[in-house]
Design a protein around this ligand. Structure first.
Ligand code: 13P
Ligand code: SF4
Length: 354
């Protein structure tokens, strides 16, 4: 539906009043009505890097989810204030690894005598507490655009990797990109004693994958890929690495949201694409490229918005901007300084990856 013209006008006016004081970042999964007001858009990696691009801006309005706003707070100066327009915009995957569970897992690895040779690699989609754990134990953060480089780095530091919290990104990177076998990976279930693994299984594994997943990307199946190939002969299947392993193995191209956009920009006219990622982005790309004769469809007919990304809508953005313009900071995301310092260590290792 087209945006309410009154709200569009109010967002414009509040942003104009704030001028250089505000910097608005928008993840690619955000609604069109929100993306319209973003100063920069990007995947998780680009937004982490860009967050620090405007040290003069007093306020950073983060249109994305909670862990992204936390990372922006960690990576910007202490006088800059990060605002998340709706505090209910979390991420179900990030919630699948709590600090207590991860500390318990580390105890299990210590008991098994392998903690010394294990390097934690945590996906950006995790809480600041998990990033701090990662930094404290010599590990790095990664995103879907640098997971292979992060794992290569980690295997130079140790013999094993504890990959948190997305089992699919961990498995897909290890097996599809790095030539490991499925048997090199074990799945640690935080709800079972010892993660549901024997000491022998832990000692034999190269990749210890946390049992977390994205509820949106987890809905694409091998059937979705087979059906679309039957329906649209010659279609290119392009999916996000948060999809299940069998989906990624059957796809033609795999990458982050930024990679998906770049791939479609470079695609020739007349090409056909089925995209396995969040629906706001797929719709925006289908509309954008329709005029260039590139046919873009959603990989599965099941509606697949990320419900928490969608919490940030124009009314929330207007409220945040108007509050800031009136001198009132709302929904500030502020990470505890000690947690922030260890998280920063892990984030900076990622930013320094070759
Ligand atoms: P990227 O934008 O880094 O590909 O991440 C996708 C995602 O799920 C963010 O929550
Ligand atoms: Fe989290 Fe998945 Fe939504 Fe990304 S798409 S914010 S991983 S639930």
């Amino acid at each position: 539906a087209p945006s309410d013209p009154d709200l569009v006008e109010r967002a414009r006016a509040a942003k104009a009043k704030l001028g250089d004081k505000v910097f608005v970042l928008g993840h690619h999964y955000q609604r069109d009505e929100v993306i319209e007001f973003a100063d920069v858009t990007g995947d998780s990696f680009k937004l982490a890097r860009d967050a620090a691009a405007r040290p003069d801006a007093e306020y950073i309005v983060f249109c994305g989810v909670h862990f992204m706003a936390e990372s922006a707070d960690i990576l910007t100066t202490s006088d800059q204030q990060v605002v998340l327009p709706d505090l209910a915009a979390g991420c179900s995957m990030a919630d699948m690894a709590t600090a207590e569970q991860v500390a318990e897992c580390w105890d299990v690895l210590t008991e098994a005598g392998i903690a010394d040779v294990t390097v934690p690699v945590s996906y950006m989609n995790s809480s600041a507490d998990i990033k701090a754990f990662t930094g404290k134990h010599g590990g790095t953060i990664c995103t879907s655009s640098n997971a292979e480089r992060a794992l290569n780095w980690a295997f130079e530091q140790g013999e094993k990797v504890l990959f948190l919290p997305d089992q699919h990104l961990g498995r897909n990177t290890a097996v599809r990109d790095m030539g490991m076998s499925l048997d090199d990976c074990v799945l640690y279930n935080p709800h079972k004693p010892n993660g549901g693994l024997t000491v022998e299984e832990l000692r034999a594994a190269k990749m210890i994958l946390w049992r977390g997943h994205c509820s949106v990307h987890g809905r694409f199946s091998l059937d979705s890929v087979n059906d679309v190939r039957e329906r649209i002969p010659g279609v290119n299947v392009l999916v996000h690495p948060e999809c299940r392993h069998e989906v990624v193995a059957a796809a033609d191209y795999v990458g982050s949201t930024e990679y998906i956009i770049k791939t479609l920009e470079a695609a020739p006219a007349g090409s056909k694409w089925a995209i396995g990622t969040e629906l706001n982005l797929v719709r925006r790309l289908a509309n954008r490229f329709a005029g260039e004769g590139k046919e873009i469809v959603f990989l599965d007919k099941t509606v697949c918005f990320c419900s928490t990304m969608n919490r940030i809508d124009l009314p929330h953005l207007v409220w945040a901007l108007e509050s800031l313009a009136a001198g009132k900071v709302v929904n500030r995301i502020e990470v505890d300084p000690e947690v922030a310092s260890f998280s920063k260590l892990a984030l900076e290792r990622m930013l320094a990856l070759p």
